[in-house]
Structures are given as structure tokens and as C-alpha cells.
Design a protein around this ligand. Structure first.
Ligand code: UDX
Length: 444
């Protein structure tokens, strides 16, 4: 059993803290947000993450999980201090290290004796060295702090299961003993452990996210070509994915990637590369395609409606992906702004994200369910592929609408069936409705 402090109890830190506590460790989450800490102490989670509430409640009851705003209290007797604070994009795309620097300083001021500082947040290459220097310069003589990079690979919506069943644990440190101590923490997860230096570990994280974003922009480019040549991008992706070297994952064409990671991490990597004199054309193209795909969606609606001014558009889904309330860089927010910019009226529904989204989409009406959303709409835009949208009574939806235009932003509906129901179906790279496909779709 170890005593662990986790600095920053947001999407990554709170999952990390609760999961390590569930493994039997004594964990204290530290955050500067007093309201967040106060609510966590009475088991109110600041984020919607399947399975997390139960983990928090169970481990608070077992007195393994604590929360505080006080670094000294949180670091008391801790052998490990995980830094899990945000690294948002700065104006030029660079990762803002303000919170990380403050966390390192807080550790240096409050920690005593030996401690291993574990960089869990996604940090620019070289950050481990930077934070090590801050701690060394600010810490007392009695502090023996060693730094290990341990980037997170948690997906929102599946973060708890991703923690307990990781594909790999990446550890970066020149101090083998410190790296092995962090490896030991992760031993119960039975995952492959890659031990390397800090800069390489930091780059594994950026390169992994940038590659996944590249897959998404690649299939979105293929989707736009499919549209013009009459091919169906979903079946193209099926065919590609049967090649073990390619893999089917992250080949879902649609409205592109959002969230707090891919957009930020691709921008940060492009920035780091550019300031080092590289010319990251591919990363720039990935970002450009991702931006353009949202504009293409708006263009489809504009063309089929003969203009957007005064048209009522129903938006199904606001979160950047299903099973989360996170709307950071969500396609829906950008698309709503683009539609409103041309005079469209917006009504929106999302199972959990409406409260978070409201401040960012003023003058949007909210419906309480998809059927209420559809009433009188000139078009419906499926933006986030929540499961509850997949088996809607589409005939009822069609009846409620003023004009039966359906933009399927995540290709979750069958074009032929939608056409049969009388919709003008707009997919993302779907072949125009034609004869039934020759071969049934691949078994799920
Ligand atoms: C991502 C990485 O997957 C995770 O490993 C990393 O730790 C954090 O960033 P996350 O951003 O939570 O996780 O969500 P993810 O499931 O990766 O989806 C990211 C975005 O890509 C979402 O907006 C999603 O809608 C979009 N996406 C995903 C696609 O457009 N097509 C796909 O095929 C897959």
C-alpha cells in the first residue's frame, strides 16, 4: 500500500485518484478549486464518467480516498505525487504550463523527505526536465524528489475501464529506481510496461494522439472523395480495417474530433515542431481537414435548405463524443455557431451535456427529448452518436418535422432506410441511396 497524492482532480486526476484508491492505496486528491473539493468530500463528482461515482463513494467510505486544497496536508507522508493538472492551448497553440509549474512549486514547498513526482498530464517534450528544475530550485534541502513521466491514455466515457485495462504503461525517467517504483504501482493492471527516458515518454503520448487524429482526418478526407465518386465510406473503412496493419478503430468518418485532447495535442505538437524548425505539413493538414469537415456539414444544410436564414435546425447531441458531458471543442458548438452566423434558429438536445453547453450557445432552445426537438424543424443534425439516438422512431421524427432533412453527422443511420421513410438523407461520405448493398454489412 502506498500513500499517493494526485494534484488536479479533473477528468484525468480524479479517475487516477479513485482508481489507485480502489487498488488499496491511500490517496489524497489536491485541487485549488475549493468548491470542487467540498463537493467531492460529500461524494459529488464534478464530471460525468461512467462508473466513477461508485468508485469515489466506495473509496471515501473505505477512508482510502481524501480531498483537500492544502498541499501540505495532501502530501503528508506521500511516496508519490501525480501531477494531473490541465495543459490548455496557448494563443499560438503551445501547451500552457502554468498549472504544471504551480503544481511543481506546490510540491517543492510542501513535500518533505523522498517523493517521486509522476507527470500524468500531457506535457510538451522536455517538461519533465523543466519541472525537475523547478522542484530542485524551490525545494528545501531535505526534499529528495525524483520525476517520472507517465502519460495518461484515458478516453473520456471509458476512463475507468481504460485505467484498469490499459494497452500499455509508458514510463520515462533516467532514474531507474524511481521508474520501477511507479511500475510497481501499476503491476496489478497486468499491462505491458515501456520504460524509456522522459522526453521519449512525453513524445509517445503526443505521437499517439496525433496519429489517432490523423486516422480520423484521413477517413474524413476519404469520405469527401467517396461522396463524389459514389462509394460508401463506412464500408470502405470496414474493408480497410480488415487489414491488421490498419485496424478498424478511429476510422469513423463524420464531424471530426473534438474534446480536450486531440485538438490541443495536435496543435501543441505542431507548435513544438514548428519552433524547432520542422515543417509539420501532415499535422497542419490533419487540423485543416478537421476544421473543414464542420463547414462542409453546414454547407450541406445550406444547399439542401436553399439557405439557412430563419430555418429551424434541431441539433441531436452536444458533447464532443457519447458518454461524456464534456463539450470542449465539440463539433456541435462550432456547427451551431456557424449555423447561427447565417441566421438559423437552433434547438438542441443532449442526454447530459446541455447544462455545460448552455453558456457557450446563447439563444439556443433546449428540448427534453429527440421527439420534442424534431417538432417543426426544417432539418435535424445528428452530431453526437449517443446510443439513445440510434433506435429512435424515425417515422415519428419525420412526422414532427416541417421538412424531412436529416444530416447524419456520425453516419449512424442507414441511408436506404432513411430514404424509404421520406427523409432527404445527408451522410458524411455515404453513397447516395441506391439499390440494397450486394453483400450484407459485416457481422458486428
Ligand atoms: C483521446 C484518446 O483516445 C486517449 O487515448 C487520450 O488519452 C485522450 O484523447 P478522448 O479525447 O477522450 O481520448 O476521446 P476519443 O474517443 O479518442 O475521441 C476523440 C474525438 O475523436 C471525439 O470527438 C470523437 O467523436 C472523434 N472520433 C473518434 C471520430 O471522429 N472518429 C473516430 O473514428 C473516433
Amino acid at each position: 500500500m502506498a500513500r499517493i497524492a494526485v494534484i488536479g482532480v479533473g477528468y484525468v486526476g480524479l479517475v487516477t485518484a479513485a482508481c489507485f484508491a480502489d487498488l488499496g492505496h491511500e490517496v489524497t486528491g489536491i485541487d485549488i478549486d475549493e468548491g470542487r473539493i467540498r463537493r467531492l468530500r460529500v461524494k459529488i463528482s464534478p464530471i460525468y464518467e461512467p462508473g466513477l461515482d461508485a468508485l469515489i463513494g466506495r473509496n471515501i467510505d473505505a477512508e482510502r480516498l481524501h480531498f483537500t486544497t492544502n498541499y501540505r496536508e495532501g502530501l503528508e507522508g506521500a511516496q508519490f505525487a501525480f501531477i494531473a493538472v490541465g495543459t490548455p492551448s496557448g494563443p499560438a497553440g503551445e501547451a500552457d504550463m502554468t498549472a504544471c509549474d504551480a503544481a511543481a512549486k506546490g510540491i517543492a514547498d510542501a513535500a518533505r523527505g523522498s517523493i517521486i513526482v509522476v507527470n500524468k498530464s500531457t506535457m510538451p517534450i522536455g517538461s519533465g526536465d523543466r519541472l525537475e528544475a523547478i522542484i530542485r530550485q524551490s525545494g528545501t534541502e531535505s526534499l529528495d524528489a525524483r520525476v517520472v513521466s507517465n502519460p495518461e491514455f484515458l478516453r473520456e466515457g471509458t476512463a475507468v475501464s481504460d485505467f484498469f485495462a490499459p494497452d500499455r504503461i509508458v514510463l520515462g525517467s533516467t532514474d531507474t529506481e524511481a521508474a520501477n517504483a511507479v511500475a510497481e504501482l501499476h503491476r496489478p493492471l497486468n499491462a505491458r510496461i515501456l520504460l524509456t527516458d522522459m522526453r521519449t515518454a512525453e513524445m509517445v503520448k503526443y505521437a499517439s494522439n496525433a496519429f489517432l487524429a490523423t486516422k480520423i482526418s484521413f477517413i474524413n478526407e476519404i469520405a469527401s472523395i467517396c461522396e463524389r465518386l459514389g462509394a460508401d465510406v463506412k464500408q470502405v473503412a470496414d474493408g480497410m480495417g480488415l487489414d491488421g496493419r490498419i485496424g478498424r478503430g478511429f476510422l469513423e468518418a463524420g464531424l471530426g474530433y473534438g474534446g480536450s485532447c486531440f485538438p490541443k495535442d495536435v496543435r501543441a505538437l505542431e507548435f513544438m515542431a514548428s519552433v524547432q524548425g520542422c515543417h509539420p505539413q501532415l499535422l497542419r493538414a490533419v487540423m485543416e481537414i478537421n476544421r473543414d469537415v464542420r463547414r462542409t456539414a453546414v454547407q450541406k444544410l445550406r444547399e439542401v435548405l436553399g439557405g439557412l436564414d430563419g430555418k429551424l435546425i434541431g441539433v441531436l447531441g452536444l458533447s464532443f463524443k457519447p458518454n461524456t458531458d464534456d463539450i470542449r471543442e465539440a463539433a456541435a458548438i462550432e456547427i451551431i455557431h456557424l449555423l447561427q452566423n447565417e441566421g438559423a434558429l437552433i434547438r438542441a438536445y443532449d442526454p447530459v451535456a446541455m447544462e455545460h453547453a448552455a453558456p457557450f450557445i446563447p439563444s439556443v432552445d433546449f428540448a427534453q427529448n429527440p421527439y420534442e426537438l424534431a417538432v417543426g424543424c426544417d432539418a435535424l443534425a445528428l452530431v453526437t452518436e449517443w446510443n439513445e439516438f440510434k433506435e429512435l422512431d424515425m417515422a415519428r421524427i419525420r412526422q414532427a418535422m416541417r421538412t424531412p432533412v436529416l444530416l447524419d453527422g456520425r453516419n449512424i443511420y442507414d441511408p436506404h432506410r432513411m430514404a424509404e421513410l421520406g427523409f432527404t438523407y445527408l451522410g458524411m461520405g455515404r453513397s447516395a441511396p441506391a439499390a440494397d448493398p450486394i453483400a450484407p454489412a459485416l457481422a458486428p
